[in-house]
Design a protein around this ligand. Sequence first.
Ligand code: COA
Length: 213
Amino acid sequence: MIDTILPDRVVFREAFGDEPEAVLFAEETALVTHAVDKRRREFTTGRHCARAALALLGFPPAPILKGERGAPVWPPGVVGSITHCAGYRAAAVSVDVLSIGIDAEPALPLPDGILETISLPGERDMLTRLGGGQPWDRLLFSAKESVYKAWFPLARRRLDFADARIGIDPDGGFTARLLVPGPHVGEAELRGFTGRWLVADGLLMTAVTVPGH
Ligand SMILES: CC(C)(COP(=O)(O)OP(=O)(O)OC[C@H]1O[C@@H](n2cnc3c(N)ncnc32)[C@H](O)[C@@H]1OP(=O)(O)O)[C@@H](O)C(=O)NCCC(=O)NCCS
């Protein structure tokens, strides 16, 4: 499903529940020893999806540890992203792009009170203009989560919800303009991101990739 919003150079694996054959390496089990069962299950299936996606690129099974601020540690030369929500888990990886961020959410409006904390006034005006038809507020949130996951491995610092302005294209795309200095990608400062979104089967997903050239 998520492949419809990922470029060809990115491979993925997704699951619509927890897979019984999913297992963790001991080093990974240690990361969720004190976690509740729900968290252990989503973490395990997320790692399982990540290993399956890495296998498509020829990488043998190996632990995927947690790095700085929770970002997954990929094999050298690989970039990737993991997401999980009720009824869905996915991982996307590539050796041909500079960064990836993916996010999945239930395709439902945000709970009361969240939109104000995650959006800029201009973004709320955009949601009003978009009208009905989709849970645009949840899509805005998901786009920001994907942007953060793609931003972090490049910048290695936090990006707050007010630090990027999202523009949603109702036809399936979105942009993110950085309102803070961006990381340098080669010679150039990264000033923003582009991504795609999808709503289907009760799920909402967003994906951001930073191309190499
Ligand atoms: C990290 C964060 C983006 C995760 O998103 P989420 O919707 O809560 O949860 P998801 O299931 O979609 O994603 C969780 C996965 O994100 C990945 N992740 C966590 N921290 C990360 C980071 N710093 N960089 C990249 N990926 C990260 C992990 O793989 C994690 O799964 P795992 O712990 O099982 O490996 C979110 O919790 C967060 O901290 N958001 C605040 C920052 C932000 O969004 N800013 C907006 C900027 S415009």
